[in-house]
Design a protein around this ligand. Sequence first.
Ligand SMILES: NC(=O)c1ccc[n+]([C@@H]2O[C@H](COP(=O)([O-])OP(=O)(O)OC[C@H]3O[C@@H](n4cnc5c(N)ncnc54)[C@H](O)[C@@H]3O)[C@@H](O)[C@H]2O)c1
Length: 310
Amino acid sequence: MKVLITGGAGFIGSNLIEKLAEKNEVIVIDNLSGGRKEFIEPFLDKIKFYKVDLLNNVNDYFSGVEEVWHLAADPSVKDSSIQTFFRDLEITKNVLEACRKNKVKRILFTSSSTVYGESELNTPENCETKPISFYGGTKLSCESLISNYCSLYKIQGFLFRFANIIGKNSTHGVIYDFIGKLSKNKEELKILGDGKQTKSYLSVSDCINGMLIARDKAKEKINIFNLGSRDKTNVKEIAEIVVEEMISSLQKKPKFKFTGGVDNGKGWKGDVKEMLLDISKLQKLGFTPKNSSKEAVREAVRETINSYQL
Ligand SMILES: NC(=O)c1ccc[n+]([C@@H]2O[C@H](COP(=O)([O-])OP(=O)(O)OC[C@H]3O[C@@H](n4cnc5c(N)ncnc54)[C@H](O)[C@@H]3O)[C@@H](O)[C@H]2O)c1
């Protein structure tokens, strides 16, 4: 099967290529704004890579493609703005137009738990969506547009609402931030908020496994799935794991300096302080995350320390 991945040179995309290139003809489109060529270098003899900005017309690249994995976006909740909102919506519109014109059968979209805003914990997929950040807003708008296209044209849609995804090739998020800060200053670690922000963390391998199970087993025209681990951990616990794993280079435990944050200890305005998703819908199809949140964090910390010259 011919599959196309937008944002394939990024963190999740490069892990996805590894899996999809085993059995498929893979096309990757990425403008390398956040992604890195080195992540896809091991696959360049197996895939077709185009350094293209999806803000342009991309119809020709979709010729003969059956399945599109749409990952390209600005992944930062903290830095999201009205500009990133419309930019990522525009990208999604261009991807959907290319799907329509080339009769693509299936689109799989990486959405986020942020569409729920500050909803009840153990959030099910049918919970009300009330995003509190531009990032959550744009994900929900992209979901709506995808749903429109799937209903009007013969496309099957998968909308995956991710918890925090972590692991090999990650270039952003709390783990990357802490390791980077500690490699520059061994004495003190600045932690945004009060350190009690408590969320679900999922290993990227579990994330990809979950999406593939959904793709292979779910039959609805539009399929919405939460994807997270079964528990959560907090930012201070993550800082402690990072320090434990880096202790040989740090020599002694650094001082934690909490910024205090905004709105009762959040890292930034628009942050959701607690997040845990109900993943039973995907579990019923056979999905079981191999790691707890803390195990996923420790594994990701080790991979990040090993893979980067920070
Ligand atoms: N990492 C997480 O915890 C998480 C959680 C929820 C949702 N997501 C979503 O998953 C997707 C992948 O996230 P990631 O963590 O791998 O981020 P990433 O930044 O590593 O990957 C995104 C990729 O999209 C590319 N891109 C961005 N704008 C583009 C454009 N205009 N044209 C072409 N390419 C463009 C970037 O270069 C990058 O390689 C994103 O949609 C993100 O919002 C991620």
